[in-house]
Design a protein around this ligand. Structure first.
Ligand code: NAD
Length: 344
């Protein structure tokens, strides 16, 4: 077998206070007319960046929406055109970064991404957009942000529920990379280290949300996990999250959190190398360890808690089984339905 590993260059800054370097990073890419996208949760950081950019901050947008609806992108594009923007700075979770990618796809400008969650979109060349209720996904190297700035200080206030679901979302990228059909020594190393960082740091952060070292470990794990998502083929876990999310309009990160332990239990008997790596990282059974993490904060635990009807599961199982993503465990409709029932 011939292994192919392709990496695209993104410049990455990592460290407490790194957001203060955004203006010099904008200068480095030669931009002078910047659209600053900052979610309301990142308003203060947005203010800092705008102040640092001074006259180079020509427009601001603060309403990115999950799954990047085209109508919202068009609002941002009106600013891009009106102000002749040549770079976008995005500060926020995957929704803000996604909007930046959507602007890049249309205007070809530079993109400095400053993520404040663990979603990992900032290191992938992938964009999902919603048009007329239909999600379309594209993969193109130009979508990879020019520069990524990881500043742990922007994550210290991430509420416990979001911290848990976002970190388990990241863990899912790494776990699926461990059993992907196209592993390379690089994705194996990234995925193993991502799992180690995320599994070790998450309990500490849930206990002590302001623990800077543990928060930093989570952010580094999210970076590595996102890098796995960029290159490894995702399997049943991501397919189920997409299929359920699309069918019942469910929150992305919560879904990952309630599904991952079930998919791990389903797949590990068929993925011995992944099973061994995960078992070395947790004391005991990996599925139990992930289920324990998912249960460590009050919130919706089961698909039924999100309002998924039990009689809707069979149709999802059929759809998944009709065109399965590559996956080590069984992907026939009966097996998938059994998994979904357990998560329900
Ligand atoms: P999000 O960006 O929608 O943020 C969720 C909520 O958290 C928002 O209300 C936001 O304001 C708030 N928030 C973000 N950071 C915060 C902080 N530090 N403190 C307090 N509140 C904060 O959620 P997400 O899970 O980061 O991203 C989800 C989106 O990203 C989806 O659209 C998903 O499809 C996309 N995504 C894309 C990729 C990709 O590779 N293309 C990868 C992962 C996720």
């Amino acid at each position: 077998m011939v292994v192919v590993h392709e990496t695209r260059a993104s410049r990455v800054l990592l460290g407490a206070g790194a957001r203060l370097r955004v203006p010099s990073e904008v200068e480095r890419v030669g931009a002078s007319r910047v659209l600053v996208v900052a979610t309301s949760s990142a308003a203060a950081a947005g203010d800092e960046v705008v102040a640092g950019l001074r006259e180079r901050a020509v427009a601001r947008f603060d309403r990115p929406v999950v799954h990047t609806p085209v109508a919202v992108t068009e609002e941002a594009m009106a600013l891009v055109q009106a102000h002749d923007v040549d770079a976008v700075v995005t500060i926020g979770g995957g929704s803000a970064v996604g909007l930046g990618k959507a602007v890049v796809a249309r205007a070809g400008v530079a993109h400095v991404a400053v993520p404040t969650t663990y979603a990992g979109s900032e290191v992938t060349p992938v964009l999902g957009e919603i048009r007329d209720g239909v999600k379309q996904t594209r993969r193109d190297p130009v979508l990879l942000p020019t520069t990524v700035v990881y500043d742990v200080e922007l994550t210290l206030g991430l509420p416990a529920g979001l911290t848990l679901t976002s970190a388990v979302n990241a863990l899912a990228h790494a776990v699926e990379a461990l059993w992907a059909p196209n592993p390379t020594p690089v994705t194996d190393a990234l995925a193993t280290e991502a799992c180690r960082l995320l599994l070790a740091a998450l309990p500490t952060v849930l206990d002590e949300p302001g623990d800077v070292a543990a928060r930093s470990a989570l952010q580094q794990g999210a970076w590595l996990a996102g890098s796995c998502l960029a290159t490894a083929q995702m399997g049943l876990h991501h397919q189920l999250a997409h299929a359920l999310g699309g069918a019942f309009d469910l929150p992305h990160a919560e879904l990952h959190t309630m599904l991952l332990a079930h998919v791990v239990r389903h797949n590990l008997p068929h993925a011995p190398a992944a099973a061994q790596r995960l078992a070395e990282l947790v004391a005991g059974d990996p599925a139990d360890a992930i289920a324990g993490l998912a249960a460590s904060y009050p919130g919706p635990r089961r698909l039924r808690d999100l309002g998924v009807p039990e009689d809707g599961l069979a149709a999802v199982a059929e759809r998944v089984a009709s065109a399965p993503y590559p996956n080590p465990g069984p992907t026939g409709a009966p097996a998938v339905l059994e998994l979904l029932r357990a998560a329900w």
